[in-house]
Design a protein around this ligand. Sequence first.
Ligand code: UDP
Length: 455
Amino acid sequence: MSCMSDKTGKLITDDGLRLDGRRADEIRPMKIEIGVLSRADGSCYLEWGRNKVLVGVFGPREAHPRRMQRADAAVIRYKYNMASFSVEDRARPGPSRRSIEISKVSREAFEPVIMAELFPKTAIDIFVEVLQADAGTRTAAINASSIALADAGIPMKGLITSCAFGKVDGQIVLDLNKEEDNYGEADFPVAMTQDGEITLLQMDGHLTSEEIKKGLELVRNGCKEILEIQQAVLRKKFQTPIEEPAKETSMEEISDIENKVLEAEVSMKYASEATVVEEIREEIKVFEEDAPKKIAEEGTVAEEIHECEKLEHKIEEAKPLVEEETLEEVIKAEIGEKADLKASLEIDPKITEFEELELIKEEACSSDAKKMKFESGGFAEEEIPLYEKSITEKVISEKTSESKNELEFKDKSRKKVIAEEAVKVEEKSEKENSKGPWLVVKDPSESGSKGDKDE
Ligand code: UDP
């Protein structure tokens, strides 16, 4: 606290209002956020008036250096640091006499509640960073540290709450702001447990015992208010709604419900309105019982009639269309469809048949060539193999354009020519005294190489 003797104006108006509009017993508005640092075990960001404080709690964790360890309890370490930009005049970075003092008194404020004995040889570190200062930063930091410790799950007997009172314009006021701290006559920061046990008490300035008494009264009320805010924040974080598992209804409960329903029905019978309702219910019941039968009887008949009517209507609509089409077209369409279907189904056998026919055709063609050769006098009739003959005939009858009659005629004329030639040769032989008794069959159109060879 820095008391200013050269204050010029009044800090409290005649109406009892302070410069920021508060009354003597009012604290500045406070805003708390919990769990703001992901790497800390517990953290808290607190705004109190224009103060902005960030606290991170780490531990319990192994204490380093080891010489700091306590065999019977955890070591509590509290580091208060004011950011250089947190005040109007730049604060010199690093520890100062003031920050070391604040760190010490703040640590001692927590020692009565932290159950350090549960974590021997460990350390619980509380780091305070003042981001913006406007008087009362140590009290703000203690309130925030209390939340951060709880957030870290550090076992505590209770929360620590802190607030200051002071003397401004000869009046005892709660929670001094920067102007009141600078130009006031006294500053008295206090921290206490939730049971009201004071864990920190400092005084800067001059106060009478009466003023201290009055001031402590204000502080208690202020701390009570702050405690409510702290508890609300912690409840919001940790008090998650517990969903009770769905309970199965026991048989006893079911029978209880049934009895209650019966009782309700009985009681309804005695009420005049209930009687009317009961009559209506009876009517509905009778109707509901009869309804399915009626629906079953009438509904199906009506349905059938309806279906019949629909069909008749369709027939009437279709009649002119059917008359327009000839029967032949209809049959063609029907057969065409079926033939297409059959073809698609029997495509493989058809292909096989087609291949056979192709083969036969090829053979026939070659046979035809031979036949032509024969006809032109290249072969003797006997030279044509029987199977070729049969194939030729088959192909001729089935696949070629020549008719059977024509073929027979050609065959006959061919035989006739051969016979005539043979007769001629025979006559000639007889005439020329042929050497052999055999018959030379020779196509007259050919030179007779074949015959020569055969000879
Ligand atoms: N202050 C400052 N520079 C300093 C120390 C303090 O401007 O080096 C201001 C700061 O706003 C602080 C106020 O003086 O909040 C009162 O300081 P005090 O030592 O009384 O501690 P506090 O009231 O913040 O706990």
